[in-house]
Design a protein around this ligand. Structure first.
Ligand SMILES: Cc1cc2nc3c(=O)[nH]c(=O)nc-3n(C[C@H](O)[C@H](O)[C@H](O)COP(=O)(O)OP(=O)(O)OC[C@H]3O[C@@H](n4cnc5c(N)ncnc54)[C@H](O)[C@@H]3O)c2cc1C
Length: 291
């Protein structure tokens, strides 16, 4: 990362953010993935970067993912990829994004790697579902994300379940307006639990992606009633104490591992998720000013 060019606030933020990111390079990501595998978890790798409007940047990202897939296979890493549509062309066009994902998924499948398509802000939701549905007709080992903060998600879940989609349920990391989205923590959590109940009753092969103990405990209870193939997914560097407990209890757990130099937008989302992180940023900033 070009730290010499960064502002003081970026330097302070980077110190906090590094817990969530494997490092700058693909080798850093592979090393984190090996560690995840050694601890009984699958690794889901993501190259940081989003909202790319330059074709050259998009082509470079596609090429990086293809190299990553080869390396996953060579390093015998269990897991797969998670890709943001706007890093492979959705900010250019739906066709550009679909054809780039097609190339990556084709290669990933040859290496037995599962591919997840991340969900970004709501302006991209319709296009992302359209891309997923087109590609899912061709590739079975392909997953999509639904966000509990969006009011539309109950209907989207019904539509996806009818098609047998592989679904990752998250709370939603993007700022949305109150017309589209639930804005209080309570309302988002309530909708998450409602959607999760539907997944356990009607779905199979899905992911409960959260660090929220209350929701994890509810999922464990639901799993006792409904025998389903599902996994827990968590981000690198968050709730590390709970991951081995779930693995030891016999649950499938995957760790989402981002890497690369484009760390700022991802880290800001992680920071905003938790008041304590903002306070940590504040106190680190004051400390950095003193020295
Ligand atoms: C594997 C995975 C993939 C994801 N993919 C997407 C996606 O494609 N699209 C999307 O919009 N969102 C995605 N997200 C992010 C998600 O939407 C939430 O923003 C994020 O998971 C925080 O919500 P939570 O469920 O952990 O609950 P929260 O209520 O935010 O947190 C619950 C508890 O977890 C811990 N915690 C949570 N966040 C942090 C943090 N940053 N630092 C320290 N502790 C923390 C705290 O103990 C907190 O009390 C993904 C999340 C995961 C785990």
């Amino acid at each position: 990362m070009k730290r010499q060019e960064s502002t003081l606030i970026e330097k302070v933020l980077f110190k906090i953010a590094r817990q969530w990111i494997a490092g700058d390079t693909m080798e850093d990501a592979l090393e984190s993935a090996r560690q995840a595998n050694a601890h009984g978890m699958n690794a889901i790798l993501n190259k940081l970067g989003e909202h790319m409007t330059s074709k050259a940047q998009v082509d470079q990202t596609v090429s990086d993912y293809l190299t990553l897939v080869s390396n996953l296979r060579r390093s015998k890493i269990t897991g797969g990829l998670s890709i943001k549509p706007t890093q492979v062309g959705l900010a250019i066009s739906t066709i550009e994004c679909t054809s780039n994902l097609d190339v990556i998924i084709e290669k990933a499948l040859q290496s037995q790697s599962f591919v997840w398509i991340d969900m970004e802000s709501s302006e991209y939701t319709d296009a992302t579902f359209e891309i997923y549905q087109n590609l899912f007709e061709k590739y079975e080992r392909l997953g999509i994300v639904i966000q509990a903060n969006l009011k539309r998600t109950g209907n989207d879940l019904d539509m996806l379940l009818k098609k047998g989609a592989k679904i990752r349920l998250v709370k939603g990391a993007y700022h949305e307006n109150s017309e589209n989205a639930y804005r209080t923590r309570h309302a988002v959590d309530e909708n998450y639990i409602k959607l999760m109940n539907v997944l356990f009753k009607q779905g199979n092969e899905f992911a409960i992606a959260t660090h929220d103990s209350k929701i994890i405990d509810t999922a464990i209870e639901l799993a006792k009633k409904h025998e389903r193939k599902f996994e827990f997914q968590m981000l690198k560097g968050i709730r590390d104490e709970i991951k081995p407990i779930l693995v030891k209890s016999g649950f499938a757990v995957s760790e989402y591992i981002p890497y690369g130099t484009n760390w700022l937008p991802y880290s800001i989302r992680r920071l905003k998720e938790r008041k304590r992180n903002i306070l940590l940023l504040g106190s680190s900033f004051i400390h950095a000013h003193r020295v």
